[in-house]
Design a binder for this molecule. Sequence first.
Ligand SMILES: Nc1ncnc2c1ncn2[C@@H]1O[C@H](COP(=O)(O)OP(=O)(O)OP(=O)(O)O)[C@@H](O)[C@H]1O
Ligand SMILES: [Mg+2]
Length: 131
Amino acid sequence: MTKKIEAIFREEKLDDVKKALYSIGIVGMNVTEVRGHGRQGGITLSGRTGTYQVDFLPRVQLNIILSDHNVEKTINTIQQAAQTGNIGDGLIFVYPVDEVIRIRTGERGHDALAYEGDIDTRQEVAMAGVA
Ligand SMILES: Nc1ncnc2c1ncn2[C@@H]1O[C@H](COP(=O)(O)OP(=O)(O)OP(=O)(O)O)[C@@H](O)[C@H]1O
Ligand SMILES: [Mg+2]
């Protein structure tokens, strides 16, 4: 089964999250800039003319499509790397994915998500070492 991880977190954490993901063998990903708010509904700022409300704050959204046996490790990696402990650190959503097709080759499913040296290839190499 294939899943999509959608992680929304602070822009200044993108570099740390990216490096942490590379270190566990996550290869394919995409990032967009988003603006939003969670349960506090934005922030109130004070200026010279008084206070004003900012409803939507900038965050990054990182998307990764991957096999479901890699989801927990990837979520934990993102959470640790993106966390400051303050409100507004973000959220991680996980969705089911019906199909993946690599346009160049027509490969589908797991084959379309396999990369040289990725998280699964590393596990296969580790298993071969044990046998
Ligand atoms: N229910 C939601 N659906 C979609 N996006 C959301 C949702 N809640 C938050 N977001 C996105 O996540 C960003 C960060 O949310 P935030 O970390 O403030 O969540 P929270 O639930 O309020 O947690 P905290 O109490 O730690 O602030 C928001 O700016 C918004 O882009
Ligand atoms: Mg919040």
